[in-house]
Design a protein around this ligand. Sequence first.
Ligand SMILES: C[S@@+](CC[C@H](N)C(=O)[O-])C[C@H]1O[C@@H](n2cnc3c(N)ncnc32)[C@H](O)[C@@H]1O
Length: 235
Amino acid sequence: MTDDRDKTTGKEHIKKFSFQSRKNEQEKVEILIPELLQAGYSFYTWPSAHFLASFLYNQRDSLRDKNILELGSGTALPGILCAKLGARVTLSDCSTLPKTQNHIKHSCFLNNLNVGTDINVVGLTWGLLSHNLFQLGALDFIISSDCFYDPTVFEDILVTVTFLLERNPTCKFIFAYQERSADWCLENLLRKWGLKCANINTDRLGENTIVDTHGTGGVVGGSNPSLHLFEITLE
Ligand SMILES: C[S@@+](CC[C@H](N)C(=O)[O-])C[C@H]1O[C@@H](n2cnc3c(N)ncnc32)[C@H](O)[C@@H]1O
């Protein structure tokens, strides 16, 4: 999983992700993501994160100055990329996981983003109508990658998303999903919470963009059929 461009310091492994336009080399963005490989779900960058980040890089012209919230950020590749592309970003993860939040702040630091000025990091637990949730400002996009990984949390995520979409009716929730079971389904929950979901076509994701994970084995676009992108909005 490593090559000579990766740095390994103690247990921390730093991955470099590069996003580059095929038309304009100057538009290259490099993101450094620290990982703690044995520490838990939130310290590893899941294939969905890379997939969502590739899509967001393709949409970079529409992200500038937009207000974006990332749910279940983990190592926060998509949210950090959005901040680098000029969006106003709030990264979030479970409020009972302070180590995860510190790790997110470390990811920001490695990418020269000052927490509190260039980017925000907050504790947000899905399904809880917490103080931090009420404190969020206007939103244009909510994003997440690999958060629908356990059916017991699906409704909690949608409760949080519905609350935020009702406060921001033009906001879109864009998320990357890795298919792990054909039995999992959001349909009833979407109906219950007054939401609609559309598949985002990613067939041409790689056409204008070169994405490189520097030997980390990442899979982008149509090359991994288990990865999907969806958009949820109010019904
Ligand atoms: C599979 S990891 C995905 C991490 C990252 N988005 C990625 O794709 O690399 C799921 C993330 O959701 C967070 N999470 C799990 N349960 C949560 C909850 N109830 N509320 C908020 N975040 C939660 C975890 O801490 C973890 O960062």
